[in-house]
Design a protein around this ligand. Structure first.
Ligand SMILES: Cc1ncc(COP(=O)(O)O)c(C=O)c1O
Length: 403
């Protein structure tokens, strides 16, 4: 039997990070001490109250098929969360729960995109937006941001990118990979662009909302522009702020007809979300903000440390992230240089590969996020690992020669 994948998969580019992750594993298995700053995974444990609530739910027999959109206690907790954190009044028909923020995106794109539709994605971006859009035959229209602007998007660039085929504008702030956040004036300017383009929906991925620094607070587009409520889909989830990546619980708040269509996609895909994970998520959402505050302070200290290290490395630039848990240093001045082992660093992919092979630090090259030449370094690692990785990076750069 000859095996053939569907054409919608055949056109998907291979993820830029897979080869790198495999090589890091291979090096480790031969005893090499590889430090990985490649993962977008909090290095904290999930809240104890979430674990206990999930266990209790199992003992109490909360183990049957759930409603596809989510169980009522979780929908109610999410409604409380939107009021508390975003000053948004949501109703149950505007909410759905999914297997992670990623499945919310998948549901939304599957429910709305036809081949040749366009999705505007500011670059750099989290890899899944363009990849999922492409699975449905749609085109990702990349709108680059600039390091000089702190990677904040230019509303005029959005205006110029909108065509009659545009279905979605994707916003992800605090941003993965840059840590940029949007201020009220940025959101107001974007809302003005959207008011002039009534056919465009907005996907606002706010999964890093609680991880903001220097006393800054995340603002939701919906809070700033409530008149656009029938066009804004907010994506959020338990993964980042609650360190619950493996529980696979994400949620959405959006226009009721869109949520209904997304529920129908999900009904055919997963029949809803693990009941124990839902019970745990209720406990986490209602569990107070102290843990989040502690994580935010820890990430901020690590960010400060990384920025301090990076600014002393000649040829490396770095905008200060205002949120999330990554730094995104620029390496343009190092392009074309040669390593002691003779590798020529003509792209950020070549740089990341050489850094892994010769200095044993795993990172993700900016090419994976659509803006080069950069590296994404995750601060979800211990102080010791961050210090040692920075030392290795500094030494690696110091040894580079002109090609
Ligand atoms: C910006 C962004 N959105 C969504 C997700 C997906 O989160 P989840 O684990 O809830 O699917 C991630 C995960 O890395 C992310 O970085």
């Amino acid at each position: 039997m000859s095996f053939r994948v569907a054409s919608r998969l055949a056109t998907l580019p291979p993820p830029a990070t897979i080869a790198m992750a495999a090589r890091a594993r291979e090096l480790r298995s031969t005893g090499v001490d590889v430090i990985s700053l490649a993962l977008g995974q909090p290095d904290f444990s999930s809240p104890q109250e979430a674990v206990e609530a999930a266990y209790q739910a199992g003992l109490e027999g909360n183990t049957g098929y759930p409603p596809i959109a989510g169980q009522k206690p979780l929908i109610d907790a999410i409604i409380r969360k939107f009021k508390r954190d975003n000053n948004i009044d949501a109703t149950p028909e505007r909410i759905m729960v999914a297997n992670g923020g990623k499945q919310v995106i998948f549901n939304a794109f599957m429910a709305t995109l036809d081949p040749e539709d366009e999705v505007i994605v500011p670059a750099p971006y989290w890899v899944s937006y363009p990849l999922i859009a492409q699975m449905f035959g749609a085109k990702a229209i990349e709108v680059p941001t600039r390091e000089e602007d702190g990677f904040r998007p230019d509303p005029d660039a959005f205006r110029a990118a909108i065509t009659p085929k545009t279905r979605w504008l994707v916003l992800n702030f605090p941003n993965n990979p840059t840590g940029a956040i949007l201020e009220r004036r940025d959101l107001e300017a974007i809302a003005d662009v959207l008011r002039a383009a009534p056919h465009v929906m907005v996907m606002s991925d706010e999964i890093y909302e609680h991880l903001t620094f220097d006393g800054k607070k995340h603002l939701s587009l919906l809070e700033v522009a409530p008149d656009l409520a029938d066009r804004i889909l907010i994506i959020n989830g338990m993964a980042k702020a609650y360190a619950m990546t493996g529980w696979r619980v994400g949620f959405a708040c959006g226009p009721a007809p869109l949520i209904k269509a997304m529920i129908s996609v999900q009904g055919n895909a997963t029949s809803g979300i693990c009941t124990l994970a839902q019970a745990g998520s209720v406990a986490a959402l209602d569990g107070g903000m102290e843990r989040i505050q502690m994580m935010r302070e820890t990430y901020q200290k690590r960010r400060d440390k990384m920025i301090e290290f990076l600014k002393d490395i000649p040829g490396v630039t770095c905008a200060t992230p205002e949120g999330a848990f990554y730094v995104y240093p620029g390496i343009a001045a190092l392009m074309g240089k040669k390593t002691p082992q003779g590798r020529v660093l003509d792209t950020d992919i070549a740089f990341a590969e050489a850094l892994l092979e010769e200095a044993h630090v795993a990172t993700v090259p900016g090419s994976a996020f659509g803006l080069s030449p950069y590296l994404r370094l995750s601060c979800a690692a211990s102080d010791e690992q961050l210090e040692e990785a920075s030392r290795r990076l500094a030494h690696f750069v110091k040894e580079l020669r002109s090609a």
